[in-house]
Write a protein that binds this ligand. Sequence first.
Ligand code: FEO
Length: 400
Amino acid sequence: MTPVQIKPDVYWVGAIDWNVRDFHGYSTPAGSTYNAYLVVDKKIVLFDTVKKPFAKDLISRITEVVAPERIDYIVVNHVELDHSGALPEIVDVVKPDKIFCSTNGKKALLAHFHCEDWPLEVVQTGSSVNLGSRTVRFIETRMLHWPDSMFSYIEEDGLLISQDAFGQHWATGERFDDEVDQSELMYQSAKYYANILLPYSQLVQKLIAQVREMGLAIDMIAPDHGLIWRSDPGKIIDAWQRWSQQETRAKALVVYDTMWQSTELMAEAIADGLQQTGVSFRVMNLSVVHRSDVVTELLDSRALLLGSSTINNQMLPRVADLLCYLKGLRPAQRIAAAFGSYGWGGEAVKQINAAFEEMKFRIAHEGLRVQYVPTHEDLKQCAELGRKVGSLVLQEAPTL
Ligand code: FEO
């Protein structure tokens, strides 16, 4: 298999996973890549590996550059198994002199692989290792997004190997940002941020400030997923800065699930009210839209209107699923309102409101409930709710 030279004597040797469709709850309809990088200097270093089933691809690509046994060091920037699953097989083949990792990386490697006999060498922010004509500097990025995570920076190449940071789940034949459609690239990057990094947004801001303070000259960012940023690495750093500030725009989401289309009728009437105010809006039916796509749309939305019918005194399961997912991702400061139809009881709206309160959303309305099928008057109230939320969205200055 063919490696790709990304800088003189620096190669992408990772794997393309065209078929992965679910990444622990995040839908990946365009697959993903597991990027690993090989630097050939006086010392030869492999940065990260790949998911276990792709170990042969990695070895095959390395072999096109050097015999794997010639690798001196392995750097583990991140222990999650999509990057370390192939590590035992690689360590067996390479027999590295050293495996560099963070303090938490060592703990995680031992807990995953029970590898007391591996030559693990702990590094910290400020640690460096000389390869000959290059020096690798390490920067710990704790909780971005695992405790073990770190960056490797090679000053002589202006190359930041950033593990998950600045990545996308997007399988492509292209390896560089300037070779693909820019709007798709930014959409996939936003989806990645929204579904993986959102809960750690404050840490992202601190990290970006730290990296800027360090004055690193970054010519290229090589993440562990997706495209390598060579044409404008500042573009993705700026986007992460924006997303981490949870900047929203005048946009509202109407998300719902429905049993007999009454809640759907309510959703459509609410959307009509939103439209009358001129805000941007999306309508997403959870029976056809994946939770991770909802979160992607929520990234820049200022309001969420969430609807559910009531079944057996509960909200519908897909709505509960979304709320469970959202609570973990911790979007901040959204305007929110619940709605839904019911036959008797009608608990769903109350349950959605309780979840909104837990997430500290600003509830714009006590919730709109309709028994069985909405009347013309009920739908007018739904439109009124849409107008109310739309005008709140327009009044709000960009958040944070
Ligand atoms: Fe791509 Fe956190 O692993």
